[in-house]
Design a protein around this ligand. Structure first.
Ligand code: ZN
Length: 99
């Protein structure tokens, strides 16, 4: 666990990532339930029932069927759209060029 948000990857601003509650609906992901973990249809495999679980506090996700998983909305965005880290961070407004 890295306590220094800007260390390691230049320009990344984790504090600017959207919350899971804000982000997932923009991706057509409807979060079902009220607990710490929400259920939804998995976009990574042809899902017929809610197999993807999303942790609302962190944005972490895990599919109980296809095994897709990640630790935050950035990881989801990278996998969903086939983006590199920086591309996904920029798309989510969490990248600072510093220029
Ligand atoms: Zn899946």
């Amino acid at each position: 666990m890295n306590a220094t948000p800007t260390r390691g990857r230049f320009g990344f601003r984790r504090d600017r990532l959207p919350s899971a509650a804000d982000y997932y609906p923009t991706q057509g992901i409807k979060l079902i339930g009220r607990g710490a973990w929400r259920d939804t249809i998995c976009p990574f495999h042809p899902d017929t029932r809610p197999s993807l679980r999303v942790r609302i506090e962190t944005g972490a996700f895990r599919c109980m069927v296809c095994g897709a998983h990640g630790g935050d909305v950035l990881a989801f965005h990278m996998q969903r759209h086939g983006l590199r880290f920086i591309e996904a961070a920029k798309a989510l407004g969490a990248w600072e060029d510093g220029q």
